[in-house]
Design a protein around this ligand. Structure first.
Ligand code: NIG
Ligand code: FE
Length: 414
């Protein structure tokens, strides 16, 4: 099956010249092609040719992209999209000045969502999540990571992972499951952390590995969540089972998470709002993707991660919504790009690299997607503009016209 994405005004390739990642100053180079079309064969990018030459190609389908720009399909690399209930009451409290941590300590926060998820059936969770995934797809997202972490017992963590798997089967886009059993301590283990860690390492993780339920094991390294030795115990078990690692760290406090991230070779270190200068250097010298989540800083009225310092130190920086009901009830990736530009000083080009190739690296798919390069999956997003700056300049406005996954058109805007 041969298709042509024909005659776009411009292609933003995010070309990596085969490296499949961008670090430091490279984030600013996004590869513009004017007057080119994309040839797709059996779902993969076969060639990128001057539009003047496409008349001679016999294609099964022509996708007219005239007047539009083409980007790699967006990659949403850090979300908690499967959740039940609402925390709008806490949102009101936050507006009155009560902090996220105070809310959590008084019985709200993540454990409020845990309660709602435990009371929801698989069918209810699927029903709640479907429109959220549709919304991501409508923005040009073709790959989506989703974490568990709102079940926090064996049965309910597995329930969330099964929901994610069902949705991955149902949708053409790729949905990558991450096990976040080490999110916070659930109420029943509040005073017995060891017993909860034992549950994670002796029951949940072995079951997750045996049934291939998660690509990654994540944890929340924070004063109010998991300590360094606790995270390490979980990580050691995950590694012994062949599960790769991610880490939520340095969100509110810097307690040594970057060092255990480096020691354990995690794929990504996420948040980093409170990272120390010496740790910025360490991450800059590493292959760990720094996943920055400016929606959290915006939503909690908190510090932003030092994107400029990280880029200066040559780090691999990615961006994501962190979509969740408590710290970032934001599922608009283009809003995140705008916040990153306005509040963290990232350039428009850097934000594009951060939601494409580097986000793909944060979920280990950078050899397959995240840039428009020959041999990669034909995952594309067509935007209704002739100027890519508009994507970031139009704050909170979705300019995506068409989403293409593996060469199939899966969304066209009205
Ligand atoms: O990534 N940092 C911890 N976990 C989530 C918040 C989840 C919630 O508040 O429900 C985060 O910000
Ligand atoms: Fe998160």
């Amino acid at each position: 099956m041969l298709k042509i994405v024909a005659n776009p005004w411009q292609i933003i390739t995010v070309d990596t010249f085969g490296q499949n990642v961008k670090r430091g100053a490279e984030l600013n180079e996004i590869g513009l092609l004017t007057g080119y079309s994309i040839i797709i064969e059996d779902g993969f990018i076969k060639d990128i040719v001057p539009t003047v030459s496409i008349k001679s190609i016999e294609a099964d389908e022509i996708i007219d992209a005239a007047g539009r720009i083409v980007l790699p399909g967006l990659v949403e690399c850090h979300t908690h999209t499967v959740f039940a209930g609402s925390r709008s009451d806490e949102f009101r409290d936050k507006l009155k000045g009560i902090s996220y941590e105070e809310i959590a300590q008084s019985g709200g926060g993540i454990n409020k969502t845990v309660n709602a998820v435990r009371n929801a059936s698989v069918e209810e969770l699927i029903g709640i999540t479907i429109p959220r995934i549709d919304y991501f797809i409508s923005q040009g997202v073709t790959t989506l990571e989703i974490k568990s972490g709102y079940g926090l017992d064996f049965e309910n963590e597995i329930k969330i992972l099964r929901v994610i798997h069902y949705l991955n089967e149902k949708y053409t886009i790729d949905i990558i499951p991450t096990f976040l059993g080490a999110h916070v301590y659930p109420p029943e283990f509040k005073d017995n952390h060891k017993a909860y860690i034992d549950l994670l390492i002796n029951e949940s993780l072995p079951y997750v590995a045996k049934n291939n339920l998660a690509k990654y094991c994540d944890g929340f390294c924070e004063l109010t969540a998991f300590s360094i030795p606790e995270i390490e115990t979980v990580f050691n078990k995950a590694k012994s089972l062949g599960i790769q690692l991610k880490l939520h760290t340095d969100q509110f406090n810097s307690i040594g998470g970057v060092d255990i991230a480096l020691k354990n070779n995690v794929v990504s270190a996420d948040h980093l709002e409170a990272i120390k200068d010496e740790d910025i250097k360490k991450l800059g010298n590493s292959d760990i993707v720094c996943v920055l989540l400016p929606g959290v800083s915006f939503f909690l009225n908190h510090n932003f991660a030092p994107a400029r310092k990280l880029i200066k130190q040559n780090a691999i920086v990615a961006l994501s919504t962190d979509y969740n009901p408590g710290s970032s009830n934001i599922s608009s990736l283009n809003l995140i790009m705008s916040i990153a530009a306005l509040k963290m000083g990232m350039t428009i080009e850097e934000t594009i690299s951060a939601v494409t190739i580097n986000a793909a690296k944060a979920i280990g798919l950078n050899n397959e997607c995240g840039s428009i390069e020959i041999g990669k999956r034909a995952d594309l997003a067509l935007f209704n503009t002739g100027n890519y700056s508009d994507i970031v300049y139009n704050v909170g406005k979705n300019l995506n016209y068409m989403t293409i996954k593996n060469g199939e058109v899966i969304y066209i805007s009205d």
